[in-house]
Ligand binder design. Structure first.
Ligand SMILES: *Cc1c(COP(=O)(O)O)cnc(C)c1O
Length: 392
C-alpha cells in the first residue's frame, strides 16, 4: 500500500481550474491564460547555441553529481557580483531546477517533529515538501498593508523549540512584493536568536521594478550567511524553465548532505543544460534586462486596469510577473463565496484562467500572471471587467 508520508501530499489546488481550462480549450473555446508560472519569452539565442555546441562536442555523459566546476565557478562569480556573497565550490550544489534544490534542502534538514515556518501567501510547493519529509509546516499570515512581508511579532509567536527553519521568497510568487532590508534584518535577528535556518528562495531576483534593488538576506552578515541557504536558478531570469537548472548556496555540511541525497536520486543535472547555464551566467545580460523592461510595462498596464474595475483593488507589486489583487468586495455576490468560486466563474463566464488565492493559503485574492502578451492582457482584462459587472 501507499506510504503514509506520500498520502500527506495534496494534489495541487490549482489543478481544478487548470484541468477545466484545458477542457474548454480542447472544445475550441478561446481561453486567455493568466495562470502561467513561466516567462513567455524564448530562451536567448546564445544560450541555445551553447547547448547545441555541447551536443556536437559530445558533452553528453554523466558529470559530477553537484555540477561541473565551470558552472559552479560561474555561479560563485554571480553570487559575488550581484549579491556580495563569497562562496567556494564546496558551498554550491547545482540541481535539476530550483524546486529540486529546495527539495534536497527539505530532505537534508527536515524530519519528524520538526516545524518549518512558511509565511502565507506562499509558493505551493513549500508546505508539501515539508510534509513529505514528515515535518510540520507552520503557516504565519502576512498582511496586504505590509506588502505581504512577515511581521516580527507574528513570526515570534510561531516559534517553538521544534522550529527548524523559515522559508522566505523575495520577490514573491504569488504576490510580487519584495522584502525591504529592514524586514530582512528583523527576520534574520529572530532566526539567529532562535537558532533556526533561513531558506531564501531568490528565483525572481532579476525581475524587480521601479529601480528597487534585490537584497539577499545572506548578505546581511557573516553570521546570517552561516544560517542561510540561498536558492536561485535560471528558469525565470533567462526564460529557461524547461532546461531544469537551479542551485543552492550554503554551509558546507548542508550542501554536502544535499549532494549525497542528489547522488542517490537524480545524479547530475543534464550535462547539456549545464553548458547552457554557463553561457547564461557568463554571457551578455542585456537579454535579461530587455525581458525585465517588457514585464514592467505589462505590470504598469495591468495594475492600472485592475484598479478601474469595481470591487477590485490592486497594490503595485515590485517584482516577479504576478499581481495579487484583492477581490473581497466581489465575494458574496451571486453565490460566489471564495476565490476558487470566483476563478471558476471567470473561467466559465469569461474564459479567463487564473489561480485563486486559496491555492497559496490566502483567501480573498486572485493571482494573475502577466507572462503573456499585452494583447492577451487587454483581452483578458476586458472580459474580467464585463463578467464582474454582471455580478449583483
Ligand atoms: C518557478 C519557481 C521556482 C522553481 O523554479 P525551477 O528552477 O524551474 O525549479 C521556485 N520558487 C518559486 C517561488 C517559483 O515561482
Amino acid at each position: 500500500m501507499i506510504a503514509e508520508r506520500a498520502k500527506k501530499v495534496k494534489p495541487s489546488p490549482t489543478l481544478a481550474v487548470d484541468s477545466k481550462a484545458k477542457e474548454l480549450k480542447a472544445k475550441g473555446f478561446d481561453v486567455v491564460n493568466f495562470g502561467v508560472g513561466e516567462p513567455d519569452f524564448d530562451t536567448p539565442e546564445h544560450i541555445k547555441e551553447a547547448a547545441i555546441k555541447a551536443i556536437r562536442d559530445g558533452f553528453t555523459k554523466y558529470t559530477p553529481v553537484g555540477g561541473i566546476d565551470e558552472l559552479k565557478e560561474a555561479i560563485i562569480e554571480k553570487l559575488e557580483r550581484d549579491n556580495g556573497l563569497k562562496y567556494g565550490k564546496e558551498n554550491i550544489l547545482v540541481s535539476c531546477g530550483a524546486k529540486h534544490s529546495l527539495y534536497n534542502i527539505a530532505q537534508a534538514l527536515f524530519g519528524p517533529g520538526d516545524e518549518v515556518i512558511i509565511p502565507s501567501p506562499y509558493w505551493v510547493s513549500y508546505p508539501d515538501q515539508v510534509l513529505i519529509n514528515d515535518a510540520q509546516p507552520v503557516i504565519v499570515e502576512t498582511k496586504e498593508e505590509n506588502d505581504f512581508m512577515v511581521e516580527p511579532d507574528a513570526l515570534k509567536e510561531k516559534i517553538t523549540p521544534r522550529t527548524k527553519a523559515i522559508i522566505i521568497n523575495s520577490p514573491s510568487n504569488p504576490t510580487g512584493f519584495i522584502y525591504t532590508k529592514k524586514a530582512l534584518e528583523e527576520i534574520a535577528e529572530i532566526a539567529l536568536k532562535n537558532n533556526i535556518y533561513i531558506i531564501s528562495d531568490e528565483i525572481y531576483e532579476k525581475l524587480i521594478y521601479d529601480g528597487e534593488k534585490h537584497i539577499s538576506i545572506a548578505s546581511l552578515s557573516e553570521e546570517v550567511k552561516e544560517r542561510t541557504i540561498v536558492v536561485n536558478g535560471l528558469s525565470k531570469s533567462h526564460a529557461m524553465t524547461g532546461w531544469r537548472i537551479g542551485y543552492a548556496a550554503g554551509p558546507v555540511e548542508i550542501i554536502k548532505t544535499m549532494t549525497k541525497i542528489q547522488s542517490q536520486s537524480t545524479s547530475n543535472p543534464t550535462s547539456i543544460a549545464q553548458k547552457a547555464a554557463v553561457a547564461a551566467l557568463k554571457g551578455p545580460q542585456d537579454c535579461v534586462e530587455k525581458m525585465r523592461q517588457e514585464f514592467e510595462k505589462r505590470r504598469d498596464y495591468l495594475v492600472k486596469e485592475l484598479n478601474n474595475i469595481a470591487g477590485v483593488s490592486c497594490r503595485m507589486p515590485k517584482g516577479a510577473f504576478y499581481v495579487f489583487p484583492n477581490v473581497n468586495k466581489v465575494l458574496g455576490k451571486n453565490g460566489i463565496n471564495s476565490s476558487m468560486d470566483l476563478s471558476i466563474y471567470l473561467l466559465e463566464k469569461a474564459f479567463v484562467a487564473l489561480v485563486p488565492g486559496s491555492a497559496f493559503g490566502t483567501e480573498g485574492y486572485i493571482r494573475i500572471s502577466y507572462a503573456t502578451s499585452m494583447e492577451n492582457l487587454a483581452k483578458g482584462i476586458e472580459r474580467i471587467r464585463k463578467s464582474l459587472e454582471e455580478l449583483r
